[in-house]
Design a protein around this ligand. Structure first.
Ligand SMILES: Nc1ncnc2c1ncn2[C@@H]1O[C@H](COP(=O)(O)OP(=O)(O)OP(=O)(O)O)[C@@H](O)[C@H]1O
Length: 320
């Protein structure tokens, strides 16, 4: 499988008056192959969204990236993020479809804007193209959706329209940031099935951002577990979930309600993520880790392959 996306040792530092204030990404490395769905999972603030934004060249002001991002063989220039790359190679779907669309324009007008900007199609051609994709995402009456304002559609329909908008320029990679979090369970399941069907049909790769391991299990070919701005474990989904090697991955899995004994208190990972990651020089998980030894407070472990395609950033991996 050839690599569609390579993120290599990506750091993001926020500056204040020219001085580093925080470093929420501390050397993220991951890859996505053609047609592959990679789940990026971790608790709030671990850097999932920033990773997605960096891939899209959409980091917020004050963010200073370092490292390499290679999209479809092309090294991205952090100093000149290309709007053409977004949309043509990579496209984004947000968490909350209700706020992602502009409430004062019809769905059709907003989608036309995207397609005309990137493809230069005329109005009639653009309309045909849009109706085609609205049908592809399973919307029963594409013509009505095209003429609707966002408030006239349900959350599930809006998320389908959002996915159709992301597909308009036929991207090679989709970045989906918690696309089912705002939806009820049944609709969320339908959206996951839709993503898988479209991936099978069009062959794009997917960077799927979520905090939900159940969703990862259902959808993703591989997963990358983030903790404090670094990938601490990555590999094939079934392998990592059945035989997690990083203590943090084990903690996340043990905290799942489905793994708890009914009536007993929920198991949680003790402690909290370090607030400012600039000062981290050892394992960022050591203070919360039941397996930590003295060396864990001195060494900042990098992701190393434990078996083919299964990487772990823990000096005790393989022995615990
Ligand atoms: N504009 C910003 N300015 C300063 N720091 C920021 C900014 N955006 C993000 N951060 C920092 O980066 C960290 C990671 O943010 P990110 O949004 O990637 O987390 P996340 O894993 O996606 O969390 P969530 O699941 O809550 O969306 C945050 O905890 C915050 O400290």
């Amino acid at each position: 499988m050839s690599e569609l996306l390579v993120v290599d040792d990506l750091t993001v530092t926020f500056l204040e008056r020219g001085k580093p204030k925080n470093r929420p990404l501390r050397g993220i490395s991951l890859t996505i192959g053609e047609g592959e769905i990679l789940g990026v999972v971790g608790e709030t603030g671990c850097g999932k969204t920033l990773t997605g934004l960096a891939v899209l060249g959409l980091l917020p002001q004050g963010a200073q990236p370092n490292g390499r991002i290679v999209l479809d063989g092309v090294e991205q220039d952090f100093t000149k993020p290309s709007a053409d790359t977004r949309g043509r190679i990579v496209s984004l779907v947000f968490q909350n479809p209700g706020t992602a669309f502009n409430p004062v324009f019809t769905i059709g007008a907003q989608m036309r804007d995207v397609i005309r900007r990137h493809r230069g199609l005329r109005r009639g051609e653009a309309r045909e193209h849009i109706l085609h994709y609205l049908a592809e995402v399973g919307l029963p009456d594409p013509d009505r959706v095209y003429r609707s304002f966002p408030h006239e559609l349900s959350g599930g329909m809006l998320q389908r329209a959002m996915i159709a908008m992301a597909l308009l320029c036929e991207p090679r990679l989709l970045v989906l940031d918690e696309p089912t979090t705002a939806l009820d369970v049944t609709i969320a399941k339908q959206i996951l099935q839709l993503i898988r069907r479209l991936r099978d049909q069009f062959g794009f790769g997917v960077l799927f951002i979520t905090h939900n391991l159940g969703v990862v299990n259902e959808l993703c070919d591989r997963l990358a577990v983030l903790y404090a701005g670094r990938v601490v474990e990555s590999g094939p989904t079934a392998e990592v979930l059945q035989d997690p090697q990083h203590p943090y991955t084990r903690g996340l899995l043990n905290a799942l309600p489905s793994r708890q004994t009914p009536g007993s208190p929920l198991e949680a990972i003790p402690g909290a993520v370090p607030g400012n990651l600039l000062a981290v020089t050892a394992c960022a998980f050591a203070d919360r880790c039941r397996y930590a030894i003295a060396a864990c407070r001195e060494i900042d472990p990098l992701l190393e392959e434990l078996s083919a395609g299964h990487g772990v950033a823990c000096i005790r991996a393989g022995e615990i």
